[in-house]
Design a protein around this ligand. Sequence first.
Ligand code: NAP
Length: 219
Amino acid sequence: MLHQEMEKEKHLEGVFSFSLYRNNLSGKFFHSGREDEGLIGLIAARSKNNVIGKDGRIPWRIKGEQKLFRELTTGNTVIMGRKSYEEIGHSLPNRQNIVVSRTKKFEGENLVTAASLQEALALAKGPDIYIAGGYGLYREAIPYVDVMYITEVDLTVEDGDVFFPEFAETDFDVTAGESGGDEIRFTRTTYTRKEAKAHESCAAGADQDLSGPEQKVRR
Ligand SMILES: NC(=O)c1ccc[n+]([C@@H]2O[C@H](COP(=O)([O-])OP(=O)(O)OC[C@H]3O[C@@H](n4cnc5c(N)ncnc54)[C@H](OP(=O)(O)O)[C@@H]3O)[C@@H](O)[C@H]2O)c1
């Protein structure tokens, strides 16, 4: 077999097994008619010292920083933890909102609640799915995401209390994109998974409860 063909076959095999794993994780993808499955992405903004939240809020306001979030998630599905949803205070328009919570139910137009990430993925209509934080959902989802859009904010936040989880950067190709902001600058960074994987190393994390504050890490 030609080298090129072998490479292609290897690639397809990788994509196929990743897809199967995703089906296992969500339980429903395989049977839900999502043949045109979109990507699973993650979207976050973090400070230089890895802070994503402080006192229940995002500790910066930068004009234009939220634009990418809006562009990516509109027309797709956004999955967020209960505290992140409560910070926003309402469902985001023109996209499916899934709140992950074991204690509360949020229902409405384009708004549902799931008791776990797995359930959220099963409820997701897509086509693309974006994990929008906070810490526990990011940590649980990273092994399964195809791509992470992380905005690196040029700021050091003192006393932050929620951090972006540690992850294996070597699993991703990293591309720095556009910069923006006035007083506080930011750079868009895209982490694209090097190859379809998400098998062995991830399975262990799937059942863990990672939503507790003790799991939060500093960079
Ligand atoms: N910079 C950014 O990009 C960004 C993005 C998002 C959020 N944030 C910030 O991060 C902070 C909030 O994050 P957080 O980590 O504290 O809270 P969070 O993830 O938004 O919410 C935590 C809650 O979500 C539910 N939850 C999370 N994972 C779950 C799971 N696997 N299964 C079931 N339920 C789960 C639980 O709700 P119940 O207790 O109801 O069961 C948990 O208490 C805020 O400061 C927010 O502003 C920043």
